[in-house]
Design a protein around this ligand. Structure first.
Ligand code: FUB
Length: 297
């Protein structure tokens, strides 16, 4: 069932509560944060792609004070932040992190490289932090064929981890200044996959009550599933499905815990004219069961 509420499309089903649509512009691959007293979501800019591929060259930013009303700031982050990237480099699933009073923006450009940029303001402008890719294939051993979908997790001990990768989930530790990788790139291990289920893309790590939750998409199309472990480096044990197959070739989630709520952001195809390359971002609250498993609220 779909209804329009207060200018925002709310999708609801018999078994799940409302999901809020963040913007009527096409956008995907949400990276949600609470920066400077407001919610900030960085996204792939599907509004400005060809409609035939994920070939936009900009990222879109959205903000909200209350998770209900969202402001779309438009495609304010261009791939040209990274001068070493080709002019038509595809701007895919971004990530950001607040660290030491500054905001860092991580972005895959062109499918083979991940850049890092910095700003004093969550909305930018961002400037390239190191003037070269932070991760690049084939330059970096074990970067994999497609080092995309960066996700950063800062642990309680202040160690910083960068997750990324297609078909094989990767992790590498970052230096405290975020300018370089530390040690080698490792493959993450997820045990207990059900038959015909495998890692696809969109790695994301969050922690809840001392448990490390590793969520990801299982492929194209994919389910959003998650696994848990005792370390940010894994190994992780498969725990279940958060979002089952949707009528779209990709899905991409990220989880934000703030103000006592756990918020699941992901993309679907719910806007008129939408499709595999014209995606839309939704948010829905999730909760934890006593055994640590998660369920959509
Ligand atoms: O938006 C381009 C790609 O589609 C992303 O990098 C993947 O996560 C998938 O959502």
């Amino acid at each position: 069932m779909k209804t329009i509420v207060a200018g925002l499309l709310i999708a609801a089903s018999a078994c799940a509560s409302a999901q809020t649509l963040l913007t009527k512009n096409f956008a995907a691959d949400p990276s949600p944060h609470f920066f400077g007293g407001k919610y900030v979501v960085y996204a792939t800019d599907d509004q400005n792609n060809s409609g035939k591929y994920w070939d936009s060259t900009s990222w879109r930013v959205l903000t909200s004070a209350d998770l209900k009303s969202w402001k779309d700031h438009g495609p304010i982050l261009p791939a040209s932040i990274f001068k070493w990237a080709s002019a038509d480099a595809k701007a895919w699933a971004p990530e950001a992190v607040e660290h030491g009073g500054k905001y860092y923006f991580f972005a895959p450009v062109g499918g083979k490289q991940i850049g890092v940029a910095v700003s004093d303001n969550p909305l930018g402008p961002f400037v390239d932090l190191i003037g070269k890719p932070l991760v690049e294939t084939p330059r970096d051993a074990n970067a994999g064929d497609e080092p995309i979908d960066p996700a950063v997790f800062i642990d309680k001990d202040k160690r910083i981890y960068l997750y990324f990768g297609t078909r094989v989930p990767k992790v590498v530790e970052l230096s405290a200044d975020l300018k370089s990788t530390v040690g080698g790139i490792k493959n993450l291990v997820v045990d207990g996959f059900p038959a015909k289920t495998a890692y696809g893309e969109a790695p994301f790590l969050h922690q809840h009550k001392g448990v490390y939750y590793f969520s990801f998409s299982t492929g194209w199309p994919g389910q959003i599933v998650y696994a848990t472990g005792k370390s940010p480096l894994g190994p992780f044990d498969y725990r279940g499905v958060l979002i089952d197959f949707l009528k779209i070739s990709t899905n991409h989630q990220a989880i934000l815990e703030h103000d006592g709520k756990t918020l699941l952001f992901y993309h679907d195809n719910v806007l008129p004219g939408g499709g595999d390359h014209r995606r839309s971002i939704l948010v829905q609250e999730i909760e934890y069961n006593a055994d640590g498993t998660m369920r959509r609220k």
